[in-house]
Design a protein around this ligand. Structure first.
Ligand code: NAD
Length: 487
């Protein structure tokens, strides 16, 4: 682990194995942190925040450090992508794309570091001078999942550091290696010790003590709703700032006036890219009854030829499932969909094709005849499982789309300008794509409505999530007229 600028094992000397989802074999041993390691990392981060080089550094110099880190990530993108593919089994082409895009977050927020400006208020108190400054919070805990480990860490790390905080990162126990790879680059970039610390371990053993630690000021979490709820409760108990990027059950809505060729590709990208293991997966296809059969038949035609196999091969379309428990969970959800009466028209089982070897693969699965109150339409599967629901009117499409506990994202496929402008207003989702799906940018706020989370990442306002406004009144002529009333 990387604590206070040093590499260390866990205090207990314990380790855990991490497996390659394509082979099912152990490929690395990771230190298993507990509360003792967490305390060491948080104290180091607090010390670095309170005094020393980082605390005294001019924001322009902080920005330069972030730019240097961006350059190093660009130079090491191949290696970081290899670590991620081996750890979570996602396609190399996807992870390399993410790693090549990652520097943008550090460049963008690095550029913002010295533009955190306060304001002078035309205050309504005679003779008084008032201004607002924005100060960093202190130690930020960044807790991330396994599906896009470094991308989702960058969404937290870059604005937190640009704002002047220090950070303790706890990556997923299923995909920790790339974060340790990134830690080597903080050292090279020249961040003072203690500014970024990485502890590895399990949610209950390392995550919980991190969230509970009294010196942690803010928690930035991406993950599932179970962990998210526990973290929100812990944050509430201690009045900590918190952002939660949680799950989704996002609708991909195909109207009858859509370009069906593009729509079918958009539906595939929404649910079968990354084997459906993305928070923004378009796991519910809402399709107008008049084009239902045509869309389903085109989906089947394309997906029947989808190639499963080695995530490192450029010819592979669908890679393995990242973790063994997740494989079991997906198969359980498929069984649930069948039991509820949805019609399985594709896949529906573990993939045992020769090219899948001993890997944890699920056949791309499509259910038709799904009703929106079935559990398969309401619960996040986080796998390559699509529920197809037909609708007859725009009203019905909106009602079905909004009828889940979640509200992370939505896709709309239409050639109508009216629908393209009205649907984003009517859909309860943090991101709406029209004639597109699965697009993210460092410039565009991302986060959820309803049970999909609290707060937003990315975009110019995200840096405010790592700052606390301070209101300062200066009275040049000390005088209190009546000490027993509000001034
Ligand atoms: P998870 O919640 O099991 O774990 C995420 C992280 O939280 C891990 O590092 C884990 O160790 C830690 N953790 C778990 N319980 C904790 C606790 N009580 N206290 C502190 N830390 C704890 O999620 P996962 O299975 O790794 O990832 C899949 C989930 O993440 C899905 O639900 C998916 O939708 C969600 N996700 C959301 C987004 C988004 O931006 N909205 C992006 C990717 C993934």
């Amino acid at each position: 682990m990387h604590i206070d600028g040093d590499w260390s094992e866990s205090w207990s000397g314990r380790w855990f194995d991490t497996k390659n989802p394509y082979t099912g074999e152990v490929w690395a041993r990771i230190p298993r942190a507990d509360a003792h390691d967490v305390d060491r990392a948080v104290r180091a981060a607090h010390e670095a925040f309170t005094r020393g080089a980082w605390a005294e550094m001019h924001p322009s110099d902080r920005g330069l450090l972030l730019h240097r880190l961006a350059d190093l990530i660009a130079q090491n993108a191949e290696e970081l992508a290899s670590l991620e593919v081996r750890d979570n089994g996602k396609l190399r082409v996807e992870m390399l794309g993410q790693m090549r895009y990652l520097p943008r977050w550090f460049q963008y927020y690095g550029g913002l570091a010295d533009k955190i400006e306060g304001t002078v208020t035309p205050i309504d108190k005679k003779g008084m001078f008032h201004y607002v400054t924005h100060e960093p919070l202190g130690v930020v805990a960044a807790i991330t999942p396994w599906n896009s480990p470094l991308l989702l860490t960058a969404w937290k790390l870059a604005p937190a550091l640009a704002a002047g905080n220090t950070v303790v990162v706890k990556p997923s126990e299923f995909a920790s290696a790339s974060m340790l790879g990134l830690a080597k680059l903080f050292e090279k970039a020249g961040f003072p010790k203690g500014v970024i610390n990485v502890i590895t371990g399990f949610g209950n053993e390392a995550g919980e003590p991190l969230v509970e630690h009294p010196l942690v000021a803010r928690i930035a979490f991406t993950g599932g709703n179970v962990g998210g709820r526990r973290i929100a409760e812990a944050a509430a108990r201690n009045f900590k700032r918190v952002s939660l990027e949680l799950g989704g059950k996002s609708p991909n809505i195909v109207f009858e006036d859509a370009d069906l060729d593009a729509a079918v590709k958009g539906v595939i990208s929404g649910i079968f890219a990354a084997s459906g293991q993305t928070c923004m997966a378009g796991s519910r296809l809402l399709v107008h009854r008049n084009v239902h059969d045509e869309v389903v038949s085109r989906l089947l035609e394309r997906m029947k030829t989808a190639r499963l196999g080695d995530p490192n091969s450029p010819d592979t379309d669908v890679g393995p499932i990242a973790t063994e428990p997740q494989l079991d969970r997906i198969l359980g959800c498929i069984a649930m969909g069948k039991a509820e009466g949805a019609k399985c028209v594709l896949g529906g089982e573990r993939a045992t094709r020769p090219e899948c070897g001993n890997g944890w693969f699920v056949e791309p699965t499509i259910f038709t005849g799904v009703l929106n109150d079935m559990r398969i339409a309401q619960e996040e599967v986080f796998g390559p499982v699509l529920s197809v629901i037909s609708f007859d009117s725009d009203e019905e499409a909106v009602a079905i789309a909004n009828d889940t506990p979640y509200g992370l994202a939505a896709g709309v496929w239409t050639s109508s300008l009216a629908r393209a402008t009205e649907m984003p207003r009517r859909l309860k989702a943090g991101t709406v794509w029209v004639n597109a799906y699965r697009v993210v940018s460092y410039l565009a706020p991302f986060g959820g409505f309803k049970a999909s989370g609290i707060g937003r990442e990315n975009g110019i306002d995200a840096i405010r999530e790592y700052l606390e406004p301070k209101s300062v009144f200066i009275n040049p002529r000390p005088a209190i007229n009546n000490p027993f009333t509000l001034q």
